[in-house]
Design a protein around this ligand. Structure first.
Ligand SMILES: C[S@@+](CC[C@H](N)C(=O)[O-])C[C@H]1O[C@@H](n2cnc3c(N)ncnc32)[C@H](O)[C@@H]1O
Length: 243
């Protein structure tokens, strides 16, 4: 199944409410714009990136698992989307870069963690460190942090419960160089700036810094402007910066 055929009703309703955004997104799809950018950053071909974007939906066990979680997931954050292309962008980046060490902040139900772990499993290498403060207001009633991550993907997962401000410095010191850092905790300007500045020196040359919802405030744009990065852009709301 093609990714854009999943969740069609919700996508259609979104397109009606946001026609200009949706037309631009369709044009980007046709031009393979996101794929070209990710390919250039990771030394892959655009068509290969497109195949990566499709993979989670061709992995029947993963697709079936997400489907079983859908009803419970909807009882949590209303704005969250299990099938959004922005999560697929993270998935494709991991597949293309083939990282040893990935760090993400912000887990909630564990949508991004599940996709990232699937990518590591397909790569047959790498570990994901996830830092989450454990705020239950992001979760459906009665669920634990990361409840959506299937058991069969957890061997490569290290979940650290605590505030990123307290845990990240020690974690980044302790695990050695990082290939990918992904921000998806609190999207305040201060938190984003703090995480970018803290993580940046720990990311290997040729690695990636990603920021979900990078358009919510100027933190990513400002950081990218002052960084010596060879390339950065915001695609599908995800800030991507090559180190
Ligand atoms: C947008 S949600 C994460 C969504 C998740 N990446 C996904 O794809 O399902 C943001 C999460 O960040 C967590 N969070 C907020 N501030 C944090 C902090 N200072 N340290 C660690 N986690 C934080 C919240 O508890 C929440 O679960």
């Amino acid at each position: 199944m093609k990714w854009y055929l999943i969740n069609t009703k919700q996508r259609f309703r979104f397109a009606l409410r946001n026609p200009i955004y949706s037309l631009k997104a369709a044009a980007r799809e046709l031009a393979l714009a996101d794929e070209r950018f990710l390919a250039a950053l990771t030394g892959t071909r655009a068509l290969q990136v497109r195949r990566f974007l499709q993979e989670p939906f061709e992995t029947s066990e993963f697709l079936a698992h997400l489907r079983t979680c859908e009803d419970v997931f909807r009882q949590g954050m209303v704005s969250a989307d299990m099938w959004a292309k922005k999560v697929l962008v993270q998935y494709a980046a991991v597949r293309a870069l083939r990282p040893e060490t990935v760090v993400e902040t912000g887990v909630a139900s564990g949508v991004s963690s599940a996709y990232l772990l699937l990518a590591l499993q397909r790569n047959q290498k790498g570990v994901l460190h996830s830092v989450e403060v454990g705020d239950s207001s992001y979760l459906p009633p009665g669920q634990q942090t990361g409840w959506l991550v299937p058991e069969w993907l957890r061997t490569r997962w290290r979940l650290h419960i605590g505030d990123a401000a307290e845990l990240l410095p020690g974690l980044l010191q302790g695990i050695g160089p990082v290939d990918m850092f992904i921000h998806d905790s609190s999207h305040t300007y201060e938190q984003m700036k703090f995480e970018f500045e803290l993580a940046r020196p720990h990311i290997k040359r040729g690695g990636l810094l990603l920021a979900d919802d990078a358009l919510w405030n100027p933190a990513f744009v400002e950081f990218a402007r002052t960084d010596s990065s060879p390339a950065s852009a915001i695609i599908r709301g995800v800030g991507v910066l090559k180190t």
